[in-house]
Design a protein around this ligand. Structure first.
Ligand code: BGC
Length: 350
């Protein structure tokens, strides 16, 4: 069982509001910001450190516009020009037309549901006309509630609570409405040969490291999170996803599995800091399907818990690595923002 500290949770929520500044952003034509891609960043290794050599199409030079956009609560990656894993181009949605309350008769979004979803895998809903989902509630084992509150349902389809995306249908997402994920952020301090904490030369703050995976679907570095299975407790998803993606528990020997399992269980039973809970600005989002997550930080303060275990990529992860927590490292969806919250909480370099 994961124990969340209520106080920390609220601090996290307040910080979330305060620290929605300084995230990367793309310069486009005035008032319009569509071309965020899920393109691969090319991390280069420097010793034990991986650094991103590019920011996808994001530049930090126009932080003020990004700040304006984010402080208005606007999603950006959910409006990326090209829908990931397809040739689908989103109907361009300018900032001032994101909100559903803006009347926009010209809005003509592209309808897209990926072939992999249309094949009706067990993790996906059927087509909307062939079943009767109960939205805004727990529907059988499927959680169709949103952390964002009650969402609208129009003509039988749920509406993205953050507004228009330029695509209808489910795209790559399995569920109509919210698709729930969980993100375990495992951290340790970066130490030198004498096991002393390494401080960053600019910020003078100690450097945190976190377990990062390279996603197979889009090639971007990410937190080793995953989808909450129907009826599954989030605390279980956090541990299961970490085990599958970073420890490759699926292909380890029985002895290794037992050792890994014990250490991970101990850490995941420790007090976790709930970093974020809510909507994720994910490039897979559509007008009718979107990602939400609970991100929790588990910290190995002494470095003798999971820090010592050999990481091994598995499941949806192509690579796995301890990575320095640093604002210059580009990450999937809103993951960089989660790490900024962790760094702030732990008074670490960002
Ligand atoms: C990923 C999570 C991520 C979520 C929202 C899931 O597919 O596994 O790490 O937070 O999508 O982007």
């Amino acid at each position: 069982m994961v124990y969340f500290s209520l106080r920390r949770h609220w601090i996290g929520r307040i910080r979330l509001a305060l620290t929605l500044f300084g995230l990367p952003y793309t310069v486009c034509t005035a008032g319009f910001r569509p071309a965020i891609s899920c393109s691969s960043n090319q991390p280069i290794r420097t010793g034990q450190t991986i650094r991103a050599s590019s920011f996808s199409c994001c530049s930090r030079s126009s932080t003020s516009i990004w700040t304006m956009s984010l402080s208005a609560g606007l999603h950006l990656k959910s409006r990326c020009a090209q829908y990931p894993g397809s040739n689908i181009k989103r109907f361009p949605v300018p900032d001032d037309k994101v909100d559903w309350s803006e009347i926009w008769p010209q809005y003509d979004p592209v309808s897209y549901t990926a072939p992999s979803v249309e094949k009706k895998p067990e993790w996906a809903d059927p087509d909307i006309d062939s079943f009767s989902p109960q939205f805004n509630t727990i529907d059988g084992a499927v959680d169709r509630t949103s952390f964002e509150g009650i969402y609208d349902v129009k003509e039988g389809k749920p509406l993205n609570p953050r507004g228009r995306t330029g695509v209808t249908g489910r795209g790559l997402l399995g569920r109509w409405g919210p698709n729930h994920a969980a993100d375990p952020i495992l951290t340790r301090w970066k130490v030198d040969a004498n096991r002393e904490k390494v401080h960053h030369s600019d910020s003078k703050r100690p450097i945190l490291q976190f377990v990062s995976i390279k996603r197979k679907d889009c090639g971007e570095w990410a937190i080793p999170g995953g989808m909450v299975d129907p009826g599954e407790q989030v605390s279980l998803t956090l541990q299961r996803e970490f085990s599958e993606e970073a420890m490759n528990s699926i292909s380890a020997s029985p002895e290794e599995k037992a050792e890994i399992h014990q250490r991970i269980t101990n850490l995941f039973n420790s007090l976790g800091f709930q970093v974020y809970k809510g909507y994720v600005d994910d490039p897979r989002n559509t007008d009718n399907a979107w990602m939400e997550t609970v991100a929790v930080n588990f910290h190995d303060e002494t470095g003798n818990s999971v820090s010592e275990l050999p990481l091994q990529a598995g499941d949806d992860a192509g690579q796995v690595q301890w990575v320095d927590v640093d604002s210059s490292f580009a990450l999937y969806a809103s993951h960089a923002h989660f790490l900024e919250l962790v760094a702030t909480e732990r008074k670490a370099h960002w």
